[in-house]
Design a protein around this ligand. Sequence first.
Ligand code: ASP
Length: 327
Amino acid sequence: MKKLLSLSLTALALVSFGVQANDFPNKDKPITLVVPFTAGGPTDRVARDLSEAMRKATGANFVVDNVVGAGGTIGANKVAKAAPDGYTLLLHHIGMATSPALYRKMPYDTLNDFEYLGLINEVPMTLIGRPTLPANNFKELATWIAQNKGTVNLGNAGLGAASHLCGLLFQSAIKIDMTTVPYKGTAPAMNDLMGGQIDLLCDQTTNTTSQIEAKSVKAFAVTTTKRLTTPALKDLPTLNEAGLKGFEVSIWHGLYAPKGTPADVVAKLNKALQASLKDPEFIKKQQGLGAVVITDKRVEGAEHKKFVASEIAKWGPIIKEAGTYAD
Ligand code: ASP
């Protein structure tokens, strides 16, 4: 009798969470994947490719929801406050680790308000310019920026975004301030760059490779310390070798659930993520865009969390020194 009572109490506890872990995922209930930037941009691109692989791994439908603004913190906050039932997830990039230093006040606690489901990929950035820019390599670009001090503008996806971080470090490295033009994602920034409304943009190769190939934008350098092997990008110098010693920004994407999501649901999502990262179709799509799919232990939630903590510790002082933050 006592045993029966405790069993039904456990069942009640699960029901009150709205989740029967054994039944997760309910194939009739879509899983919402929140992307904190606009559709058609690089984070969105990773989310759409991953959704397809996760659908194959779980049998559940995934719906991408672009919850944009404030450099990704609005979307991340929505997931931090969502029901912890596994049906609302967040796909976010390095902004998870840089926002705490870029914002004076954060609406959520990065390390304590999420369940960490695993890291997805690493993606280099490229420094690109409008097609009409009168410079054809990094040296000419540096001269043009120096000659046009005060009028050069640089797009980004808002304070806290990866493009903001990259632009901040770039201005600090060349010691010239530019006018930054914030968007809600780098998809609209890319449109304005191609149309000549802005001069420069730093963006993930997942968004820039096809535009570079099509010559819709000019590419000047990559932000990693090693040159890339993707055919369209392999001739680009690194910013480090172009003279900005020590310059390095590599973007990563990870998957998160709200804190308190039941352990069995977290385990199932992690298993599905790991299967997706081995999906040949997903790997091929990512490689074609210059991204490297994670194969090391950071596919485990605990290691993912440790990694984000180390990134918070790494970027805090660098951002303070570069000197920009928002309220
Ligand atoms: N690439 C963007 C950034 O700068 C975000 C996006 O639009 O996906 O963070």
